[in-house]
Design a protein around this ligand. Sequence first.
Ligand SMILES: Cc1cc2nc3c(=O)[nH]c(=O)nc-3n(C[C@H](O)[C@H](O)[C@H](O)COP(=O)(O)O)c2cc1C
Length: 155
Amino acid sequence: MDLVAYFSASGSTRKVAVNLAEAAGAELYVIKPAVPYERRDLNWMDKKARSTVEMADRNCRPGLADTSAPVADAERIFLGFPIWWYREPAIIDSFLEAYDFTGKTIVPFFTSGGSQLGEGQERIEELAKGAKVLQGRRFRAKAEEAELRAWVESL
Ligand SMILES: Cc1cc2nc3c(=O)[nH]c(=O)nc-3n(C[C@H](O)[C@H](O)[C@H](O)COP(=O)(O)O)c2cc1C
């Protein structure tokens, strides 16, 4: 089966993930941090904001609320997130280290203010040991099911 596992702080990636799960006939799983991000944690203008501090440390691995994603049952995992500081949020790194992805295919997708995945592509490839990682793709929050279905069929 296909799995759509996503993290979304303010809802844009969630919209894409929900439509993608529908388009791909996939199960949906929400990646949740043990401590939720509050609005003030997301202020990238603030050097002391939680997200700024976490993203400045490439080894930061925020705790996960649970490790019950059905990764073992999935052949292909669509991994969704917003771009934070030109790459994947640290909680995605936590997720990638919490499961065994050997033999699985990971397909990153993301929303952003315009940035592409950058170094995030290589980071995901390194963290998801034994997995085949496809090229990540950016979507607008408004991406419709037809666009997402066409993408899934092209993979
Ligand atoms: C802490 C933080 C850092 C961000 N860094 C970037 C960035 O480097 N490039 C970019 O295009 N957008 C950046 N954004 C914007 C988000 O990627 C964009 O708003 C995204 O669609 C939010 O998704 P969400 O609603 O699922 O959380 C950042 C947002 C936050 C909160």
